[in-house]
Design a protein around this ligand. Sequence first.
Ligand SMILES: Nc1ncnc2c1ncn2[C@@H]1O[C@H](COP(=O)(O)OP(=O)(O)OP(=O)(O)O)[C@@H](O)[C@H]1O
Ligand SMILES: [Mg+2]
Length: 224
Amino acid sequence: MEFPSGAGSIRVLHRVSLDVAYGAMTFLVGPSGSGKTTMLSILSGTLSPTDGAVEVMGERLDQMRDAELVRFRRRRIGFIFQQYNLIGTLTAAENAAIPLIADGTKTETATRRATDVLAQLGLADHAWKLPRQLSGGQQQRVAIARALVHEPALIVCDEPTAALDAEAGQGVMRLLEDAAKSPDRAVLVVTHDDRIYRFADRILHIEDGRIAPDADHGEPRHAH
Ligand SMILES: Nc1ncnc2c1ncn2[C@@H]1O[C@H](COP(=O)(O)OP(=O)(O)OP(=O)(O)O)[C@@H](O)[C@H]1O
Ligand SMILES: [Mg+2]
């Protein structure tokens, strides 16, 4: 991947490949500017690389037409961002229903399903509230519901706890950990937040657009 820079361009990813196991949480950690968000954006189909092949879950994203890529993203990926990215004029249930509605499910069915997922995440009493009526941790749980509602195979999280205090961050990670226990789901978390490293089944390090060889492979998972 290259981005324009001054008169030329800067290469920010170099032939990277990463294994993200099903039924587990994989962390991708590295300094600011190392290429983490770029990596997540490419493998979730939100950014097309300037060159090279992109294969994710057996699908060649670089060979897909735009409409196919949109469908891939909607059906196979769940997104969680640092800033929740909820729509302020929609209730928690409506926000969580968005991936289903975007994929053609009737609003009523989608909202009912979203309300069930919110209840599983401890938000049964908050489903009708607007984002501004919720705490940061609750808003991030709505974002988790939105990422789970369509049962995607891959959930990508970019700094999911960066805007939260320690306690709310741990709560969010425990829910993601439960989500990652499903044998047909993989969770990839990009973070600098060392307070949550203990949730990782595996930690991959990226620096200057290169993923380090497997020095940390099999890092022990700490009890919590
Ligand atoms: N749209 C863009 N145009 C030009 N350069 C970009 C663009 N997006 C990212 N870059 C550059 O690519 C490099 C990697 O950026 P990226 O956002 O992937 O880093 P990151 O590891 O996510 O950093 P952070 O931890 O600060 O979020 C940086 O040097 C950044 O300036
Ligand atoms: Mg980033």
